[in-house]
Design a protein around this ligand. Structure first.
Ligand code: NAD
Length: 377
C-alpha cells in the first residue's frame, strides 16, 4: 500500500502530515510518498521526510500511483483526472457547501473522506481537525487584535498613569471562542462571552470570563455539539444584548457558526458605529460570509474608525504547530482504516468513518450529505 502526501496550493503554508508522523504510517507496512517541497513552508524539509522513511516524488507520480492520498485542501480537476478509480483520498472539501464538487468526486470513483464531517464525539476528538485548527485560530485572533488595538490588553499602574484593562467580547464559545477567551485572559483583558448554547456557561466562567445570557435559546442538544437556528424573537433580544456589549468593547472576536448555513449576521453597521474609535473586530467566520456586516474576507479594513479583520485562514499563519496537530488528527483517523495485514479497509459500521466517508463506489453515500443535497433548505 502506498500513502501519498501532497503539497498544498499557495498561499497555504501548512502540510497535511509532518515528518515525525511518518514512522507510524510505515509501521503499518505502508510506503509513504511525499511531494517535493510539501513541507517547505511549514519548515519541514524533504530531507527530514526522507530521514523519517518517506520517498520524495512528483505530484503526478503520487496522484496516479498512491492508494491513499492525503491533503488539506481540496484537489483540483486536473488532479482528479490523474487518479485511478478506487483511490482513497482524505482531505477537507466541505461537502455541505459544495454539491457539484462532491458529485464530481463520486463520478470519478474516489473513496473520498472529508475531515470536516467527522462527528463531534468524545471518541472522535483526537481526529477532529476542525477543533485543532480552530484552537490555532482562536489563539491567533486574539494576538492579531492585541497587535492592532491602539491600547494595552492588561491593566497597568505606572508612574505615567494607570491603564484600564481592555474589554474583550467573544461571540460564540465553541472551540475557537474558548481558546480566544483563554488567550485574552492570559493577556490580562476583561473578557465577556456570549453563546446561544447555555451549556457552555460553566466552561466560559471556568476560564475567567463573564457569560452574557439571553434567555430562551432553541435546544441544540440533538445537534451533535453544534448550534441550531434560533427563533425571530430570540434573535431580536440577542441583537439588543450584543449591541449593548459591542458598544462597551475594545475588541470583539466573532466565531458563531451553524454548520451548512451562512454565518449568522450578529454585528450590524450601526453596532460598528457605536464602538470606540480604534476598536478591533476579528471575524473568524469570514469564510462563510462573516458575523459582522462590514467584514471583507481576507482583508483588513477600517470602517467608522474600527479595524475589521477578515482573515479566513489563521492556521496557515502558524504552520508549524498547526500542521503538527493536523497530521496527528489524520494519523489517528488512519488507525481506523489501515490494517497491518489487510491494508486499507472501510468499516462503515464505525460511526466516525460513516460520518466522514462521503463518496464510495461511484456514489455519494454519507446519509446527512445525501439528505442535504435532496433537501437543501
Ligand atoms: P464551533 O461550532 O465549535 O463553535 C461555534 C459556536 O458558535 C458554537 O458554540 C455555537 O453555539 C455558537 N453560535 C452559533 N450561532 C450563534 C449565535 N447566533 N450567537 C452566538 N453564538 C452562536 O466552531 P469552531 O470550531 O469554534 O469555529 C468557529 C468559527 O471559526 C467557524 O466559523 C469556523 O469556520 C471558523 N474558523 C476560522 C478560522 C480562520 O482562520 N478564520 C480557522 C478555523 C475556524
Amino acid at each position: 500500500m502506498i500513502v501519498g502526501i501532497l503539497k498544498e496550493p499557495a498561499p497555504e503554508r501548512r502540510v497535511v502530515v509532518t515528518p515525525d508522523i511518518i514512522p507510524k504510517i510505515t509501521g503499518w507496512k505502508a510506503e509513504v510518498w511525499v511531494e517535493k517541497g510539501a513541507g517547505e513552508q511549514a519548515f519541514c524539509s524533504d530531507a527530514a521526510y526522507e530521514t523519517a522513511g518517506a520517498v520524495v516524488k512528483t505530484r503526478n507520480e503520487i496522484l496516479s500511483g498512491a492508494n491513499l492520498v492525503l491533503s488539506i485542501h481540496r484537489l483540483q480537476e486536473s488532479d482528479l483526472n490523474l487518479m485511478r478509480n478506487g483511490t482513497w483520498w482524505i482531505g477537507l472539501f466541505q461537502p455541505l457547501y459544495n454539491k457539484a464538487y462532491t458529485e464530481k468526486l463520486a463520478a470519478t470513483g474516489l473513496t473520498a473522506f472529508s475531515l470536516d464531517m467527522i462527528p463531534r464525539t468524545t471518541r472522535a476528538q483526537a481526529m477532529d481537525v476542525l477543533s485543532s485548527q480552530a484552537t490555532v485560530a482562536g489563539y491567533l485572533a486574539v494576538l492579531e487584535a492585541a497587535r492592532r488595538l491602539p491600547r494595552f490588553f492588561p491593566m497597568f499602574m505606572t508612574a505615567a498613569g494607570s491603564i484600564a484593562p481592555a474589554q474583550v467580547l467573544i461571540i460564540g464559545a465553541g472551540v475557537a471562542g474558548l481558546q480566544a477567551i483563554a488567550t485574552a485572559r492570559r493577556l490580562g483583558a476583561v473578557v465577556y462571552a456570549f453563546d446561544t448554547r447555555p451549556a457552555v456557561k460553566e466552561e466560559v466562567q471556568s476560564l475567567g470570563a463573564r457569560f452574557v445570557e439571553v434567555e430562551g435559546a432553541a435546544d441544540a442538544s440533538s445537534a451533535g455539539g453544534y448550534a441550531v437556528e434560533q427563533s425571530e424573537d430570540y434573535k431580536k433580544r440577542q441583537a439588543e444584548k450584543i449591541a449593548e456589549f459591542v458598544a462597551k468593547a475594545d475588541v470583539v472576536i466573532t466565531t458563531a457558526q451553524i454548520p451548512g448555513k451562512p454565518a449568522p449576521r450578529l454585528i450590524t453597521e450601526d453596532m460598528v458605529k457605536s464602538m470606540k474609535p480604534g476598536s478591533v473586530i476579528v471575524d473568524l467566520a469570514a469564510a462563510t460570509g462573516g458575523n459582522c456586516a462590514l467584514t471583507e474576507k481576507d482583508q483588513v479594513v477600517q470602517r467608522h474608525h474600527v479595524t475589521i479583520v477578515g482573515t479566513s485562514n489563521f492556521p496557515s499563519e502558524m504552520p508549524g504547530d498547526a500542521s503538527k496537530m493536523f497530521g496527528k488528527n489524520v494519523v489517528n483517523l488512519l488507525t481506523l482504516m489501515i490494517h497491518k495485514e489487510k491494508g486499507l479497509y472501510l468499516n462503515l459500521d464505525d460511526d466516525i468513518l460513516a460520518g466522514c466517508c462521503i463518496t464510495h463506489d461511484g456514489a455519494v453515500i454519507q446519509p446527512r450529505v445525501k439528505e442535504f443535497f435532496a433537501n437543501p433548505s
